[in-house]
Design a protein around this ligand. Structure first.
Ligand code: HEM
Length: 425
């Protein structure tokens, strides 16, 4: 079946397309004419044993699927994986140990345990340390900006520097390290493994799947070691609460290992891209940047996540025959949830294509559609975004773009920026 509103072969999970842009005009046409649309894919190119998936583009339908795990399962694989040449079966099997890919009741058990690390109190407890980090990151970037201006650019020859590597990368990693109490001396190793794992299918990083998988194994091993140490010798920290708390249920060492792996992926590149896109949006909407600097609205972080939608899509698999948006979905069909489309749905947002940091209410689905898998790290992410933009506004108030356009990541479901050239006088 071809969608009358779209060119033949259109696939919103095609990494070549996402490297260019998020297909917002196509999403708008789908929402209007075919909100639940069968997107054919060539067998053998996705890692799934099927011929395509249903693309769900309206806000209401994305919410419906997210909140009905009994109809739409997460166990097959939540991330839309599209590796050229396919993906090793073992990798899909290993991903089943990650909570993102579990259904209730297994998911409920793990979620109840790990939530202990994300209570409002636990997140508030990280704030001072992360504020200090954010300040140091912005100050260092200021020093880099000065040196770059003097030398004619750090490498780009434009008198500027790369905002992604100098500013956006570090805080999300520090936040995860802070959360699980990774000692300072081990952090660079953790950062290196995390960065290798998220390099995905962008050939520019020259990270083979084997190197990514090895980094994942090393990170899991490190976390399992941490967990075993706390079981032996409990301390007053989150790891102890998750793995060794008495009488409240706890995670096995391997479960903790995979949880840390999930944090390193789910909490890292998502927040990094929200920060990079947020900076780009603020600098391309100068009125909004001036407003931000003057008033620091608490609503800004949520609008940045709506606007950026770092996770363009996740997916579910139908557990039985059902209906969605007038389409008959068969048991076993994959269903793609396009958060990026839902976040521009005019049924829900006034002027959805306007970037407005005072938007309130802002019921965006950037952190998921509200079901059992709703982003565990949402309040941490919002806090990180607030802290970094406050620090940038304090220390780099006259930041400006120097390059023509951000260089985008090649990935199937991430709205990623690899490089964003900026300068500061
Ligand atoms: C799940 C987005 C930051 C940890 C998710 C989901 C989305 C998402 C879309 C899936 C929701 C669903 O399937 O219904 C984001 C965005 C972030 C961000 C856009 C930054 C702007 C973080 C951070 C952490 C984190 C900082 C932790 C350090 C998780 C975890 C899950 C998750 C553990 C899985 C929850 C589960 O399966 O129950 N996130 N996330 N995320 N996120 Fe985030």
């Amino acid at each position: 079946m071809t969608c009358p509103a779209l060119p033949e072969g259109f696939d919103a999970t095609d990494p070549d397309l996402l490297q260019e842009r998020v297909p917002l005009p196509e999403f708008a046409r789908l929402r209007q004419t075919a909100p639940v649309w069968w997107c054919p894919q060539e067998r053998g190119t996705t890692g799934f044993d099927d011929d395509g998936y249903w693309a769900v583009t309206r806000h209401a339908d994305v919410k419906y699927v997210s909140t009905h795990p009994e109809l739409f399962s997460s166990t097959v694989n939540t991330a839309i994986i599209r590796f050229n040449g396919g993906i090793a079966r073992e990798q899909i099997d290993a991903q089943r140990l990650i909570m993102l890919n579990m259904d209730p009741p297994e998911h409920t058990r793990v979620r109840q345990i790990v939530q202990r690390g994300f209570t409002p109190r636990a997140v508030r407890g990280l704030e001072d340390a992360l504020r200090e980090r954010a300040r140091r990151i912005a100050e260092q970037a200021r020093a880099t900006a000065r040196a770059a201006a003097a030398a004619g650019g750090d490498s780009g020859g434009d008198g500027g520097f790369d905002f992604v590597t100098q500013v956006a990368c570090e805080l999300p990693l520090q936040a995860i390290a802070e959360l699980i109490g990774v000692p300072q001396e081990d952090r660079l190793r953790i950062f290196d493994w995390s960065n290798k794992m998220i390099a995905y299918d962008d050939p520019e990083y020259a990270i083979t799947e084997a190197v990514g998988a090895e980094a994942a194994m090393e990170l899991i091993g490190y976390a399992m070691h941490m967990s075993a140490a706390r079981k032996e010798c409990p301390a007053k920290d989150i790891v102890t609460q998750l793995v060794a708390a008495e009488g409240q249920g706890n995670l096995g060492s391997d479960e903790f290992g995979f949880f840390v792996l999930l944090l390193a992926v789910a909490g890292n590149e998502t927040t990094r891209n929200a920060i990079s896109h947020g900076m780009h949006a603020l600098l391309t909407h100068p009125g909004q940047w001036e407003l931000y600097k003057a008033t620091r609205p608490a609503t800004a972080a949520e609008e940045i996540v709506r606007w950026a939608t770092p996770v363009v899509s996740f997916q579910r698999t139908a557990t039985r025959d059902t209906e969605l948006g007038g389409q008959k979905i068969r048991a076993g069909d994959r269903v793609g949830l396009f958060y990026a489309s839902a976040n521009h749905d005019p049924e829900v947002f006034t002027d959805p294509d306007t970037f407005d940091i005072t938007r309130d209410p802002n019921p965006h689905l950037g952190f998921g559609g509200g079901g059992p898998h709703f982003c565990l790290g949402k309040s941490l992410a919002v806090m990180e975004i607030d802290l970094i933009f406050n620090a940038v506004a304090d220390h780099l108030p006259d930041l400006r773009l120097t390059g023509p356009a951000p260089r985008r990541l090649r990935a199937a479901w991430l709205n990623g920026i690899k490089e964003l050239r900026v300068s500061h006088p």
